[in-house]
Design a binder for this molecule. Structure first.
Ligand SMILES: [Zn+2]
Length: 270
């Protein structure tokens, strides 16, 4: 029944099995994948998980008929952070297997459009591989995205910091957390550490800096004394609101495009 389908809730976990059976399989299913890790002396371990889930909650409020948002995976690939107490790390092979088991389950139930929504930097290559594996094995659309990549132009319009100021527990993350959960951030403990080397031709740590030409992920404790990378002392809730709005809007733009991607059939030329 069309009325019933269109009024279906956007929260995947709130559906019954009969509702899943009857749901529109061309709705985009979004799986948030985050991390539990150090975010400087001023931010909580749940930073990446909180930001991802709040962005997707708001997205689900705005386009409830177009998406199913799954419960988040709150752990990621971050063993290089383990010198900081509290970090829970997952091996990349495990994470790929875990995520592709989820996408295979979704494909089994008939869903055809899946987005892996990443909020933690080092999950990026892992989720790229998981999406590629999903496409090969299940022949559905599976897209991976690190959300800051959708909005680097917006970040650069809003930010106060120079290149290097937006990286980790930084102006960007701290501002959004201040806007979304001000009781659990301690900005008075923050130190800015802009670790970007303007002389470097090949490395750029800034999330909105257009990416590096080459990649070297060192031990986090070797590059940051307290886990911070960037300029959280420039953070405030007002720009946090602007970053958050931009994240929601640009993610909706991605969902619209994924919803209209053609599902192409492979051609075996043997
Ligand atoms: Zn983070």
């Amino acid at each position: 029944m069309a009325g019933r389908l269109s009024s279906m809730k956007p929260e995947y976990g709130k559906m019954t099995w009969e509702e899943v059976r009857d749901s529109d399989k061309d709705r985009v299913v979004i799986l948030p994948v985050a991390a539990t890790e150090d975010h400087g002396p001023h931010m909580a371990l749940d930073t990446d998980t909180l930001l991802a889930t709040r962005i997707l909650d708001e997205l689900a409020n705005r386009i409830p008929d177009k998406v199913f948002v799954m419960p988040p995976i709150p752990y990621g690939f971050n063993e290089h952070h383990k010198d900081f107490p509290g970090v829970i790390w997952i091996q990349p092979e495990t994470l790929i297997s875990f995520v592709t088991d989820i996408t295979e389950s979704l494909a089994h139930h008939g869903f055809r459009r899946v987005v892996l929504f990443n909020s933690h930097g080092s999950n990026h290559p892992v989720l790229d591989l998981a999406a590629r594996k999903t496409v090969i094995k299940n022949e559905i659309i599976c897209v991976s995205v690190s959300y800051w990549n959708l909005m680097s132009h917006r970040i650069n319009e809003i930010r106060k910091s120079a290149t290097g100021g937006v990286a980790h527990a930084c102006e960007f993350e701290a501002s959004m957390y201040l806007y979304l959960d001000p009781e659990n951030i301690h900005l008075e403990r923050a130190f800015s550490q802009n670790l970007h080397d303007p002389e470097s031709k090949n490395f750029n740590l800034d999330l909105a800096g257009g990416g590096s030409r080459a990649m070297h992920m060192n031990w986090w404790s070797a590059i940051s004394p307290d886990g911070t990378m960037g300029e959280p002392t420039l953070a405030d809730a007002e720009i946090g609101k602007q970053f958050f709005e931009a994240a929601v809007e640009e993610t909706i733009g991605l969902i619209d495009e994924v919803a209209s991607l053609p599902i192409r059939q492979r051609v075996d030329h043997h």
